[in-house]
Design a protein around this ligand. Structure first.
Ligand SMILES: Nc1ncnc2c1ncn2[C@@H]1O[C@H](COP(=O)(O)OP(=O)(O)OP(=O)(O)O)[C@@H](O)[C@H]1O
Length: 301
């Protein structure tokens, strides 16, 4: 069964149309990413999925039910951008309190250890750093052993090591069978974690695919740079079907092309016993796909 189904969602705040027309489905056990620039409508979309905002039009089904269905409280764990816990509540008290909301809460000692919060159990909420507050909100989203975890800006404010630890944690949560919806600004995070991604811009889905699919859809060229001991004869490479352009400056070589460009170029060099040093391959990244997709939709507005 499809876990989440969003169909033609629309939501406006007064004159501001936050979500114009968003449709997607989330399948069991996947990490589904929602990516988009600031103000694109990502938070409004996930808040509607959580039953916190009522759509103006369109339908949403979560585990086949209306998002406002009270029974979903036990099955959906939510980490939203602002958790708003009382300042004096300690980490342990917050976890104890949240654990009472659920019939079979997770062992929060394990969760806090995985999230690097083990040393902060008696610290009041107000005295936590931004990153620690963030980690606490992730622990609170997972404490009820949800079937679905909705995480909005999971690693914003975390340092690079804490971000990587959190990714490992999210993967282990997914491996236990939890379906995860992840709102993110970070391409590296989306590429590493997400099985599929919806790119949202100006309240609409502008692309929906795997990270690799989004990059492949760009149809961009690759670029290889290297140096040789002697200046290279450009004609050696210009005749290859994979090569569209060769540019040499002294012993520096830059080759642009498509397909299996790296193999084609290195095969010719090997044949001629030419050694390429400082060889670097530049390929399109999810960053490029994101910028291209969102720039295109900005022009169409
Ligand atoms: N409660 C609200 N009242 C009025 N306008 C709102 C409200 N919440 C969001 N908006 C507006 O709706 C649009 C979409 O906002 P939303 O928070 O859904 O975007 P987002 O993609 O999550 O952005 P960000 O990445 O900055 O968090 C924005 O123009 C925002 O200013």
């Amino acid at each position: 069964m499809t876990v989440i189904e969003v169909q033609n969602l629309r939501k406006a705040y007064g004159d501001t149309v936050a979500v114009r027309d968003v449709s997607f489905t989330v399948e069991p056990g996947e990490i589904f990413g929602i990516l988009g620039p600031n103000g694109a409508g990502k938070t409004t979309t996930v808040e509607a999925i959580c039953g916190l905002r009522r759509p103006d039009a369109g339908t949403i089904k979560v585990l086949g039910r209306n998002p406002e269905d009270r029974s979903l409280r036990y099955e959906v764990g939510v980490q939203l951008q602002e958790s708003g816990l009382p300042d004096r509540l300690t980490v342990a008290e917050a976890l104890d309190l949240y654990a009472t909301f659920y019939p079979e809460p997770a062992d929060w000692h394990e969760l806090t250890r995985d999230l690097g919060l083990g040393e902060k159990l008696s610290t009041p909420y107000a005295k936590l750093s931004g990153g620690q507050k963030q980690r606490l909100s992730i622990a609170l989203a997972l404490i009820g052993r949800p079937k679905i975890a909705i995480l909005d800006e999971l690693t914003t404010g975390l340092d690079p090591q804490a971000r990587r630890d959190t990714w490992d944690l999210i993967e282990s949560v997914r491996d236990r069978g939890v379906t995860i919806v992840l709102v993110t600004h970070f391409m590296e995070e989306a590429e590493r974690l997400c099985d599929r991604l919806a790119v949202i811009d100006h309240g609409e889905v502008v692309a929906l695919s795997t990270p690799a699919g989004l990059i492949a859809g760009l149809d961009t060229e690759q670029r290889i740079r290297f140096r040789t001991a002697e200046p290279l004869e450009e004609a050696l490479l210009t005749g290859l079907p994979e090569v569209s352009k060769v540019h040499t400056r002294g012993t520096q070589v830059e080759v642009t092309g498509t397909g299996n460009l790296l193999y084609a170029v290195t095969a010719v060099l090997a044949q001629r016993q030419i050694i390429a040093v400082d060889l670097r391959v530049e390929q399109a990244s999810l960053d490029d796909a994101f910028v291209r997709l969102t720039a295109r939709s900005a022009k169409e507005q």
